[in-house]
Design a protein around this ligand. Structure first.
Ligand code: ARG
Ligand code: GLU
Length: 695
């Protein structure tokens, strides 16, 4: 008995330091504070200095990294503004240039000279000029003893506006924003230079760029060639400029060299990019809501929508193109949530957080933090039923396409040209049969899962009038004018009442009113209550665990994550190697399965021989999340070795809790991108402007 206990103690002691070192791969660090991580990075193999990552005085890696569009990352790889990002980040732009005749999504696109590069309205890239802690400025005038949360909020907003307005005067294309970090215990100013002329240079066929499709999405082994290539253009003065034929390729302060020596197990890697959102410091009831209530319900709604879309997509080529982007974006979070819910359960995160909270509460007795955890739990409990209904509003009601379209048209009745634009993009990608089936499925789920007392009166009336969702649906689609492009194009300001009476618009407005009157007040109120509590709890955790390095939750601001190339074991008896190759693509190749049907050229190249070991993707322990798509993955010397595009689904709970055993980011090996330029695009001319190194 004694012996056993001793053994357990020895074992757990032996495991402890290991656990601690491994955990250190967790974290998305602020580049300007990276010197705090420097000793750890160095001990893991990093060969550069903190100034190489972030400096305001000299060109450094941050100058080669951009926020691409509104939610991805990209990196500059030539002195002429050449940029790499993911295929899925360029997807909607590639789709917009595509038609049945020129299907760039299907066949890929390669500009053979600069004049063939395609402009993309609405696409911008933002370079970070500098970031600084402005907590003092933003909180100036704040008096916690006399001011309410609302007053604090108005004050910080006003101070932020003044500051950003002042900074924005600095020059052309400057965008400044103030972001709250650590739940508003700290504020940072981010100053960007925004370039709006960004052109498409190259994209592989989707059978490469989206190889494995949603079947392989979030999975390993992975073989997706998830890249697309753009070029940033500037005015003749190299400054940001709106699109113009006179613009010239932008010369960045810094571009990345490409390392062609590849990756080995254990190699140091870091990811420089814009992770979107994480919630690592929330309480146990909040985690429980996400993993046990919200995720499962949203998954169920999306399963229905995906099944309906897929049924029609597999029957008709036109519908497949129309719904490819919508389908991919629906499927993406759907699968992520599945991994997240499972990962949270497997990690016993709710239990672990409860234990942590108990220790915290004990420590907090008699301090300003006493009771904060309990107050969060109370506000959360009040909020939950309303928030769930709100999630149904988003995930069920607001996915009815014709209903949403009617609302956009309604708010643009005064502009013929806006109505024309809206109609063009809506009808191009609209399939009424899909929308009708989804209508029935979504509103039926709403009816079943939303408690009676939460349902809008209007909804109940319609159901009793028609007897079923299906009958109601038939009436809506029989009568709505929005299914008819000619009728929509004829609309004008005089038709306000007519649109208001339309059955599709009626659904929009009735549900919207319900959201405004029933849900929003409680959600707003509880958000207001929770904000200072979370801020306090965050500070409390930092005080409770003095000496621990806390990284701020992700909020689409630039971060650095570091780790090393590493496989993992997804389940007992299975070990995954961290590298995949072209051989694996050939093994998956299957002309009968859409997701695995590779282009004939790729088969032919492989058949010529010598490409078995062509690397395709690799795994590493970098802590990343959505928004890190397209981020450069760099080696110890800061050379580009890969492009981040995914995580493994067993590790997607890393947005809430990071498990060093299974949290892995998935990157495209940059050598597969080069392989594609050469063999698939025959666009070797692009190599002339890149810089290569071997290590
Ligand atoms: N899972 C990746 C990310 O979250 C890739 C998404 C695009 N690919 C796809 N097959 N849907 O966004
Ligand atoms: N594909 C994701 C993106 O869009 C990255 C994967 C992740 O969530 O880590 O940002």
């Amino acid at each position: 008995m004694k012996g056993t206990r001793l053994l357990t103690i020895t074992l757990s002691l032996a495991l402890l330091p290991l656990g601690v070192t491994l955990r250190a791969d967790e974290g998305m660090w602020l580049p300007s504070l990276i010197s705090q991580r420097f000793p750890d990075m160095q001990s893991k193999g990093f060969k550069l200095t903190p100034e190489d990552i972030y400096s305001v005085n000299q060109a450094c890696l941050k100058d080669a990294v951009v926020l691409f569009g509104s939610g991805c990352t990209g990196e500059l790889v030539s002195n002429d503004g050449l940029l790499f990002t993911n295929h899925h980040c360029g997807y909607s732009y590639i789709q917009r240039h595509s038609s049945v005749e020129h299907d760039y999504l299907k066949d890929g696109f390669w500009a053979m000279k600069r004049s063939e590069e395609l402009p993309n309205k609405g696409l911008s890239v933002s370079f970070l000029d500098r970031m600084e802690d402005v907590t003092g400025v933003i909180l100036s005038g704040y008096d916690p003893s006399t001011m309410t949360e609302d007053q604090r909020d108005s004050l910080t907003r006003a101070n932020s506006r003044t500051l950003t307005a002042q900074v924005q005067k600095e020059g052309k294309g400057i965008r400044a924003s103030v972001e709250a970090l650590y739940y508003g215990n700290t504020y940072y100013l981010f100053v960007f230079r925004v370039f709006r002329d960004v052109r498409l240079v190259g994209a592989p066929p989707s059978s490469i760029g989206k190889f494995g499709g949603d079947t392989d999405n979030w999975m390993w082994p992975r073989h997706t060639g998830d890249f697309s290539i753009f070029r940033v253009y500037a005015g003749p003065d190299n400054e940001p400029a709106e699109y113009s034929e006179d613009n010239v390729p932008y010369h960045p302060r810094k571009f990345l060299r490409i390392c062609t020596s590849g990756v080995n197990v254990g190699d140091f890697t870091f990811v420089y990019g814009c992770p979107g959102s994480t919630t690592e410091y929330i309480t146990s009831p909040e985690v429980r809501y996400i993993a046990e209530v919200s995720d499962p319900q949203k998954i169920a709604l999306r399963t229905q929508r995906l099944d309906i879309q897929k049924k029609y997509m597999s029957q008709d080529q036109k519908v497949r193109i129309q719904y490819s982007s919508k389908n991919a974006s629906t499927a993406n979070a759907w699968k992520k949530w599945q991994g997240e819910a499972k990962g949270v359960a497997k990690m016993k995160t709710v239990q672990r957080k409860q234990d942590y909270e108990n220790r915290f509460n004990e420590w907090a007795k008699g301090t300003r933090y006493e009771g904060v955890v309990q107050k969060i739990a109370e506000a959360q409990a009040r909020r939950q039923p309303y928030y769930l209904a709100y999630e149904y509003y988003n995930e069920a009601v607001r996915t009815l396409e014709i209903v949403q379209f009617s609302a956009s048209v309604f708010s643009n009745l005064s502009s013929k040209s806006r109505i024309e634009d809206l109609s063009r993009s809506f009808y191009k990608d609209y399939c009424q049969s899909i929308d009708e089936e989804i209508f029935e499925a979504m509103l039926t789920s709403f009816d079943r899962n939303i408690p009676e007392e939460f349902k809008p009166a209007f909804f109940k009336e319609k159901l009793s009038e028609f007897g079923s969702v299906a009958a109601w649906r038939d009436d809506v689609y029989a009568r709505t004018l929005f299914k008819d492009p000619d009728k929509v194009l004829a609309l004008g300001e005089a038709d306000t009442d007519r649109v208001k009476a339309d059955p599709a618009y009626e659904i929009y407005s009735q549900f919207y009113n319900w959201y405004e009157q029933t849900l929003r007040p409680v959600i707003t109120e509880t958000t207001r209550d929770l904000r200072p509590l979370h801020r306090e709890y965050m500070q409390g955790q930092m005080d409770f665990e003095k000496g621990k390095a806390f990284y701020p939750d992700a909020n689409l601001t630039l971060r650095v994550a570091y780790g090393n190339v590493k496989g993992y074991s997804p389940a007992d008896g299975i070990t995954y190697k961290p590298v995949s190759t072209l051989k694996g693509i050939i093994e998956k190749d299957n002309p009968d399965i859409f997701d695995y049907n590779i282009p004939q050229t790729l088969r032919d190249i492989y058949a010529e021989g010598g490409h078995d070991d062509q690397p395709v993707c690799f795994l590493a322990t970098n802590h990343t999340t959505g928004g890190n798509s397209g981020s450069p993955v760099l080696n110890a010397y800061g050379d580009l070795i890969g492009i981040n595009f995914d995580r493994v689904w067993e590790g997607t709970m890393s947005d809430i809790v990071y498990d060093p055993d299974v949290c892995r980011n998935i990157s495209l090996d940059v050598r597969y991108l080069l392989f594609n330029i050469k063999y698939i695009g025959h666009a070797d001319y692009l190599f002339d402007e890149m810089e290569f190194v071997t290590r």
